[in-house]
Structure formats: C-alpha cells, structure tokens
Write a protein that binds this ligand. Sequence first.
Ligand code: C2E
Ligand code: CA
Ligand code: CA
Length: 800
Amino acid sequence: MKLRFSQVPMVVTSVILLLGMLLFYWLHSGHTSRHLEQQSNDAVTRYLLEQLPTLQNAMMQHNLAFLQDWVALKAERDDVEQVLIFNHDYKIIAASQIALEQEFLAQHDIALMRQVQALTDVRQGQLYFVDQAVPQHIGVLMALPDFGRADANPRHAFLYLLIDSSATYRLVNEILLSDFVLYVSSLLLCALVIFLLTRQSLHRRLHNLTATIRSYASGDSNARVHVSYNSEFSALEGLLNATFDALEQQKLISQREQLFTSQVVDSTTDGIISIDTSGKIIMINDRAVTMFGYAQKADLLLQDLQILVPTTFRAAHGSHLFQTNKESYRHGVINQLRHIEGLKRSGDTFPIEITIAENMRGQQRIYTAFVKDNSEQFAYRRSIEKLAYYDELTGLLNLTGFKRQLGQDNSNGQLLLVNIDSIRTVNDSLGFAAGDELIKACASLLAQLPLHQSIVCRLSGGEFLLRCTDSPLVLRQQLPAFLSQEIAFDRRRYQLSYCCSFVSFMPMDDLDDKHRQLELAMRQAKQKGRASLIEVDVQWTEQIQRNALLSHQLEEAIRQNELFFVFQPKFNAQTCQPASAEALIRWINRGQFVSPAMFIPLAEQSHLMPALDRLVIDRACRTIRQWLDRGLTVLPISINLSAKYLCEEKTIATIFEKVGEFDIPPHLLEIEVTEYSFINEFELTTANMLRLQKAGISIAIDDYGTGHSNLEAVLSLPVQHLKIDQSFIRVGMSSDKGRAILENILQLAQSLHIITTAEGVETQEQLDYLATAGCDYIQGYLLSKPLPQAEFEHLLGQPR
Ligand code: C2E
Ligand code: CA
Ligand code: CA
C-alpha cells in the first residue's frame, strides 16, 4: 500500500503515540516489578526480624540442634530453596541440605563468601540482600551472634536464605501484560476517535472548498467559500476567495480589453489578418474583409490565405510561408514593409502594402499581416509619374523621363535632335490647336522610326530628342527618306520640313552637354541654311561650348571688376618723347592670361560689350583722377570703344557721367573707335561723336587699314585722330605701291588736320621711314611695350 502524503502526519502521530506508550510501559513495568520485589523483600525481612530473637537465643545458648531443626523446618517452605547458618569462620553449622553441614562456605559458594567478606560495620539483626547468579532468586543474609559470644567485640555468624521469587515475577508479568493490553487498546481507541473526528471536520471543510471551486469553475462567478475563523483553513479559504476576486477583476479587465481590441481592430483603416503556420486564416477584421471584396468574416475565416494571393504568386507565397517558419529566414520578412498584390473575390488584383508581425499564442506561432490598400496611392503615383516623366500632349517621354530611361540603358549609339519647322508655320497659319495635332502626328511618326532601341522624347514645340543604337551611316540612309514621307494631317497629305542634328552618344556622356551641342549645330546649320541632316562636328561645338563658358566667366569677371589696364605709350615721331598712352584691357582668368583679341570678340558675341565699355570708361576716369590727385604729370589716355555702341545714348551718357563724376579734364581722355566699318546708324554715331568732340573729348579711328572702308568716308566722321594699323605699316614698308598708298593716307590726313599714329612699330627702319613720311606719333614695341600700371606711373613721374 502506498502512503499518501496526507496520511503521513497520522502515521507519524501513531508512531509517536506507540513509542510514548512503550516508554510509559517500560517505566511503569520497572516500577511495578520493583514494587513487588520490594514487597516480597519486605515480607522476608519482616519474617526474619520476627525470628531474630529466637535465633539469637539459640546462638547464644549454643543450641545447635534447635538451629538445625529450625533450618530444616524453614527449608520446608516452597519458596525457600536453601538455608545456611555459618559462623565467623565461614563454617556451615546448619544447612537445609545436611551434606553441607560442617563444610566451609568457600567450598560451597565462594561468590557468597566474597560478598560476606565485603560487608563492613556488621550489626546483629542487620539484613543484607546479596546478588545471586540464579535468576529470579533472592539471597538474604542476617547477622547473628556467634556461639557463646556476647562480648564487647562480638563476632558474627550469618543466616543465609536463598528464596525463589519466580512466583512473584510471574505475578508481576501477568499484571503488566494485562496493563499493557489495557493501555494499548485504550490508546488505539482514543486515536481512532480523534482520527475520525478530525477526518470528519477535514472532510466537511474540504467538501466546502471543492464544492465552491466546482461551482466557480462551472461559471458561478459569485461562488465564495465560507471563511471559518480561528481555523487552520481560514487562511486557505481567505486566499481562495481573494484569488477568485482577483480572477474576476482580471476577467473584467480582459473583457474590456477584448471589447476595446475588437472595436479598434474592426474600426482601423488597415486590414488585419492573422494566420497560423499552416497558412490558415484564424482572425480577420472587417476592413480586410471588405478590402478583399468579401461580404463577411465567415467567408474567409479558417480558409487558406492563398485565397487572397493572386494565382501567379501562390507557389512563391507557399514556399515563402514555409521558409518564414524557419528561424533564419524570418528576419527578412517579419516587420518589413513590402509592396505586393492582393486578390479580390472578383478575381481582380490590387496593390497592397503589407507588414507582417509575428507573435505566439501559447505554443502556437501566429503571423499577423497589416494590410493597406494602395490602389489609390498607386493610381496617384502613376498619375504623378505620368506628369513627371511623360509629355502630356503626345504621350511620349518628357526630358526627365528620357533621362531616367537612358540611365537604365548602357548602349552606345547616337543622340538625335529633330526639329519640325512645319509646326511653327501651322501654328502661325492654322492656330495652336492645329499645331498640337501636327505635333501629335509627328510624335507618332517618330515613335515608328525604323531605328534600333530608340527612346524618343518631346522637348517642346516641335522639338524631339531621340536615342538609338544605329550607326551614323544608317541614320543618313534611313532618316531623310522616312521623315520626308507625307503624313495625313488636316484632311490632306502634308510634307514635313524638318532639321535633324545627331551626335554619337555613350552612356558616360553628359546628356545636357550633348543636347547643347545638338542645339548649337542645328542653330548654326539653320543660320547657314544648310541641309536638314547635320552630324555634329564635336570639336567645333566643343570650341563653341568653351567660348560659352569663357563668356560666362568674363561676365563674372566684369561684374567682380577683375579686369585691369596696361598702358602703352605713344611717342612723338620726331622727338620720340611719350605724348599720350593707350589703356589696354587685361584679364587673368583662373590664373591664365586671356588675350583681349580673344575675349573682346567673345564679349561682342555675348552682348557683354556695353558692360565692358562701362567698366573701361569708369576705370580710365578713376585712374586719371588718382594720378591727378597724386600730382603726376598725366598724359592723355585713350580707351578703346566699339563704334557699334557709340550710336547708343547709354554709352555717351556713361562717358559724360564718369568724366563728370571724377572731374576729368576732357582733353586727358581720348576714344579709339574700333569696328568702324560696321557702323550702322551713321548719322546718330556722327552726332554722338560731335557731342563728345564739343565736350573736348577727342575721337581716334583705330586699326585703319584692316577693313575695306573708304578713307574719305572714314575721314568724313568728326575725328581728330587716325591710327594706322600695323599690317598697313608692314605693307607700306614692303613695296613701292604700298609706300605710295601709305604716304597718300598720311598726306590726306595732314591736309585735313587729322593727327596720325602708326601702330605696331617694331623696327628703327619703320620709325625712321614714318618720321620722314610725316606720321605724327609712333606706337609699338620698338619704343615701349604695354606697361603695367606701376611702371607706367613711374614713367609719368620722369622729367621729359
Ligand atoms: P588695338 O587697339 O589695335 O591695340 C593694339 C594692340 O597691338 C595691343 O594688343 C598691343 O599690345 C599690340 N601692339 C602694340 N605694339 C605692338 C608691336 O610693336 N607689335 C605687335 N605685334 N603688337 C603690338 P592687345 O593689347 O592684345 O589688344 C588687342 C586689341 O584688343 C586691341 O587692338 C583692341 O582692339 C582690343 N582692346 C584692347 N583693350 C581694349 C579695351 O579696353 N576695349 C576694347 N573695346 N577693346 C580693347
Ligand atoms: Ca586701340
Ligand atoms: Ca589698333
């Protein structure tokens, strides 16, 4: 039989009771046997003390026969086994066994004799109990006077009785046994009663507890145990009640939470779907149900999730789920925002945004997907993309879209710029609506061009950009024929007029650069009225582009006032003394000297001339003012201005403004006019020159001899000064005819009182000749190169 834990205390109690009982019995039995022994000893003692006087008497009177009879008589008693009387010499004088008489005690019972010898302070009538080797027997000694001796120091004889006390022991045992039986049975009875009573009360309490737990478990949330105070159970009962209360509280909270969660889950704008590891839908909210086009949750609950996956993705999704169940794969999927497609009940697919979370419900792993319907955003993004990357009118790519597509392509090929001229004509004649129609027709024509890997975009108006992988040869063969075919437009056949430039294009090329080259080449070709298919001369366009960059930098330099002057003196031809100087502009662009012969034409082309002229006028006047303020002997300074701008009021106004602002004596400023052969507004220019002249500012004609201008026409302008170009000087020196022409010019000038300056004089021979021929002033490397301002100032400080 197995011992139950609940029975252990009872067993332990029983064992303790039993042990206690045994202890009690042991103590009790010891006491009882001692008591009985004592009683029997007392009886022997009493009896012997009664017999003492008789025996003393017999001993005193030496009455041996009496003693022997007495001994024999006593030996008749049942319980007396042996009687001996021995004297002080331990000689047995009377014995229950006659054979022992006259023997010494040592011969009969040496142990007894030793005990007698050990006795001290022996008195008559004294009783001594001696130890016996035989069990359940008592040995008693009584001291008697020895025969005939009653002196002051008496010796003792002893009476010895060996009494069989087994009857007493038997009695004791019988009593003890009955006592034991009584004890045990009464104890067991007591224990049983206690046990039954305890069990009864325990049963009642346990029954109460069980019944309460049962009724609580079966749904009675009010079930509580009656707490019986002053009982070991009250703590347990109280605890159980508190536990039920806590559980009720918990239940209430979780009910509220559940209500809240289900309200939130169903009212959220996200669809929420939970599946188990096999892919079965175990929870779905209202939003997800409607999102996928179902009527109610029951349509989807416990279905395989594949029902919501487009057929083409099902296999992938299945393996995906299988993989997701694996630890290593999960982190690539869980909590990652992904854009995929969902399948509606109608069979339509739609874009969704999905995030999957993973959680455990008990032992079960659950995946919960938060799903957003992206249809609107998708459509919106598509429309934005369309706006961003496509041309609204033609549906072709726009430039941004073209660049994006080009970025995804690594092929080498040609870039083409097609300009349909006809569109402007149609716009002008038939209106913009018709122009738009033609643009659409052209777009579809270009989209069909028989070229390889072509990407087409519309830039603006009738301008299109194309990329294809064909060779220039193929382009030359295919394009003209294709583009000159008639197209149907405005209910008639129409022959396009177009211009197309193309250039080789590689993926690493800068599209904007190439586009600019194409534009440039096309503009140039159109200006020259050239053919309609132009291959870009890359070197030429690059030069143009470099110039464009340079003119941009020049514009910046003008704005930042970074240009400065060098001064080239002009000398009197006769005395070779400096008479005046020319201010020549200089530009150091990013550490590199740029010649004015290079940047002045550039400034002309890029319309920077007015700004440059303004800078030159300002700087010249400012410098003269500084020199005057410093007390230098200032020579007249000539500046270079383009004749083209002399007709403009602004230029004249600037000159007057600066002369006034810096308070310059007008004779110190001279204006050299270049490009006089291009003077358009002859009369206006003449009038302006006259205004300057009147104000005391003289005008010189520069570079005479380079153009084809008629000298008389030139000299009819109100000028005081003629500068003969160095090429003319060289020609004049090289032949008789040249010399004749030069001398003619000098004479004509002289006759008109016009001062002459020879430019670019490099040799003494030239100087000598010109001085003799009547030229007034000499400018050239022979006498001085253009000087930096500091050096020129030094020259001004020299005495002449
Ligand atoms: P320019 O007005 O005919 O200036 C004379 C040019 O001839 C200067 O060149 C000068 O350095 C150079 N020269 C002078 N002596 C000799 C010589 O003995 N031999 C040779 N081979 N050359 C000589 P630079 O300074 O390069 O100027 C070139 C042109 O740039 C000028 O020709 C002028 O037309 C224009 N230029 C210079 N400064 C200005 C300016 O401030 N404004 C305008 N609009 N044009 C300027
Ligand atoms: Ca000049
Ligand atoms: Ca010149």
